[in-house]
Design a protein around this ligand. Sequence first.
Ligand SMILES: NC(=O)c1ccc[n+]([C@@H]2O[C@H](COP(=O)([O-])OP(=O)(O)OC[C@H]3O[C@@H](n4cnc5c(N)ncnc54)[C@H](OP(=O)(O)O)[C@@H]3O)[C@@H](O)[C@H]2O)c1
Length: 218
Amino acid sequence: MTFDNRVVWITGASSGIGEALARGLLQQGALVILSGRRAEALQALAALAPQRCLVLPFETTDYAALAGLVEQAWAWQGHIDCLVNNAGISQRSLALDTRFEVYRQLMEVDYLAPVALTQALLPRMTARGSGQLAVVSSVAGKVGAPLRTGYCGAKHAVIGYFEALRAEVEQAHGISVSVILPGSVRTGVATNALGGAGQRRGRSDVNIDNGMPAEEAA
Ligand SMILES: NC(=O)c1ccc[n+]([C@@H]2O[C@H](COP(=O)([O-])OP(=O)(O)OC[C@H]3O[C@@H](n4cnc5c(N)ncnc54)[C@H](OP(=O)(O)O)[C@@H]3O)[C@@H](O)[C@H]2O)c1
């Protein structure tokens, strides 16, 4: 597959897998829309190829902003070939120690946000009759893992939405749907994970530190 001049929108491009994916796609000639909350990190990445990047920072759960963001992203090159719903947040806390608000936040970021962005973009892709929608779920979307009851729930849910969507849009509208389930990848995911009270964990763990490099995952 060649990515020459393909327009790819990546959420969570400010670090980890999303950043590595953006770097790899830029090397292969893609035009990349970089999203995440940290505008400075996205701008630093865009400096690699300023003519081929659009920096579009946003909080993925700011649903009211999505229509305007999709408009801006689409207008940049007049179309979008591929959306990679990669932004996400993990969890490291026992169910016994986890507040309900943490479950709500994990569902918002890891399930509802990719659904909302995909729903906002989908009508343009179907009208064009082509496009690729991707989501980064996790092995935790297929099997239960301790300290991740909320993360596993949300990552299972997002697989359900995208697999059902594929059944609706692949044949009927020429839109392909890719569901990606990484195992452990060496990124800040464990450090950025939520604890039981919603706090940032602030330290990594051995599984992640021994995981595959983000470039390889990308
Ligand atoms: N690393 C692994 O072992 C592993 C395994 C399986 C699946 N995954 C999945 O891979 C994806 C990428 O994670 P990673 O490992 O690269 O971790 P990471 O380095 O922590 O990256 C997470 C990315 O998501 C963005 N993000 C998080 N919450 C956001 C929000 N509310 N609004 C906007 N952007 C948000 C972050 O951007 P800002 O900080 O700029 O907001 C960051 O760019 C996630 O969906 C994760 O669940 C990772």
